[in-house]
Design a protein around this ligand. Structure first.
Ligand code: FAD
Length: 401
């Protein structure tokens, strides 16, 4: 067979199927998705959908007739259980062995469940899928107090939606500041103030010791919280077991080169599950973003349609909390200098990050023009922006694009 089989009908899988058709690829495309809901957007699940201002009908990634209309064989409610690289087949939960010519693994991630007694109890909710978000919405109808474990993007977006509904929220963060993995300290403290101003209680440097079936959360400093629901926001783990069991290298994600290819020339991985060679970072990394999932899919579609295309986009990401949009361009990890552009007290500003004098990233709060300019500056082979220029609001960033 010359069929392209895609495992996972999420952001990356759907974009790949769509782009393959746009590239004129006439090979059969079969997409296997474990979930039963038609493929949908995840970002609203912790934001406007949870809040009730984004209707469920608007969540699907494509119109219902899109898949059949484009000759994409979409099979929902079916799980891929094993890959046989020798026979070039996939064992499906239906019992079928599905043959592939090319296999693309786009299985995403799942919520990390920390090893805490009671974490599998009835009041604890993960947030990854539409089904998860529906359950949280239902639990919120009668809730008075919610605990959020983890002060990362999903935890904080959820906290912001819940606080807006008038429900008391306590965020428990093991580290000393918010969104520590992704943003610098100035951004963390801005969002701390924003949440505190909305009545959210944030506890730092403390872990959860146990969760009772009635919703009592005991912290490892002895404090306890009486809650009606607990949201798990302690990160995700990549779904790479299928690849690992088939003998493919996995290191916090499925190892691929800049073309998305694994060590098996007929097997690729894209999206949240891929520990890919990122030409922007200059090393292998795993990203969890719409940008990464969609752009890797577009590049791979070109490659599979006959034009080898390396993935080489500038990483970018966003998060909405209350009425503040945070937009990130580049990767700030490893920065040795940062400057602020604009006045944080005004609620609109950016932080630019540098390493060895070279600009590597910017985080913008309610400053979309700075963000858009930075995406273009970072796309240049040798971005020329200096710290002095970045900090000077009188300096026009466009002259460096
Ligand atoms: P997914 O979209 O997770 O799709 C993978 C699919 O594969 C899933 O449907 C899964 O069920 C399926 N699957 C897994 N294993 C199997 C199997 N064995 N057989 C069959 N199917 C399988 N990103 C942003 O850039 N901005 C945001 O604001 C933002 N907000 C987010 C809010 C929430 C609540 C969540 C959960 C994510 C958010 N993200 C955001 C991240 C973004 O949604 C992901 O980066 C993106 O969905 C990754 O796409 P993917 O296709 O790799 O994985």
């Amino acid at each position: 067979t010359d069929a392209i089989v895609i495992l996972g009908a999420g952001q990356a899988g759907v974009q790949l199927a769509d782009s393959l058709k746009r590239e004129g690829c006439d090979r059969p495309v079969i997409m296997i998705g474990e979930e039963t809901d038609a493929p949908y957007q995840r970002p609203p699940l912790s934001k406007t959908y949870l809040l009730g201002s984004f209707a469920e009908e608007r969540l699907p990634l494509r119109a219902p007739d899109f898949y059949e209309g484009h000759g994409i064989d979409l099979r929902l409610g079916v799980k891929a259980e094993a890959i046989d690289r020798t026979a070039k087949t996939i064992r499906l939960s239906t019992g079928e062995d599905l043959a592939f010519g090319t296999l693309v693994i786009a299985t995403g991630t799942r919520v990390r469940v920390p090893p805490i007694p009671g974490i599998d109890g009835p009041k604890v909710f993960a947030l990854r899928s539409l089904a998860d978000s529906r359950k949280i919405k239902a639990a919120l109808e009668t809730a008075k107090h919610a605990a959020v474990i983890g002060g990362g993007f999903i935890g904080l977006e959820t906290a912001s939606a819940i606080a807006k509904m008038g429900v008391k929220v306590t965020v428990v963060e093991m580290l000393d500041r918010l969104m520590r993995r992704a943003v610098g300290p100035r951004i963390s403290s801005f969002f701390h103030e924003l949440h505190a101003g909305h009545g959210v209680d944030i506890r730092y440097g403390v872990g959860v010791q146990s969760v009772g079936d009635a919703g009592t959360v005991t912290l490892d400093n002895g404090d306890s919280l009486d809650t009606d629901l607990v949201i798990l926001g302690a990160g995700v783990v990549p779904n790479c077991e299928l690849a690992a069991e088939a003998g493919l290298a996995c290191n916090n994600g499925i190892d691929t080169d800049e073309y998305g290819r694994t060590a098996d020339r007929d097997i690729y991985a894209i999206g949240d599950c891929a520990h890919h060679m990122n030409t922007f970072a200059g090393r292998r990394i795993r990203l969890e973003s719409i940008q990464n999932a969609a752009d890797q899919a577009r590049a791979l579609a070109k490659t599979l349609a006959g034009t080898p295309t390396a993935y080489s986009e500038v990483p970018w990401f966003w998060s909405d909390q209350y009425d503040a949009k945070l937009q990130m361009a580049g990767l700030s990890e490893g920065a040795d200098e940062s400057v602020v552009r604009g006045d944080p007290a005004s609620g609109s500003f950016s932080v630019f990050y540098f390493r060895d004098g070279r600009v590597i990233a910017a985080d913008s709060v309610r400053a979309p023009a700075d963000h858009m300019a930075m995406r273009r500056i970072l796309a240049k082979p040798d971005p020329a922006l200096t710290p002095e220029e970045a900090a000077d609001t009188g300096f026009d960033l466009k002259t460096r694009m």
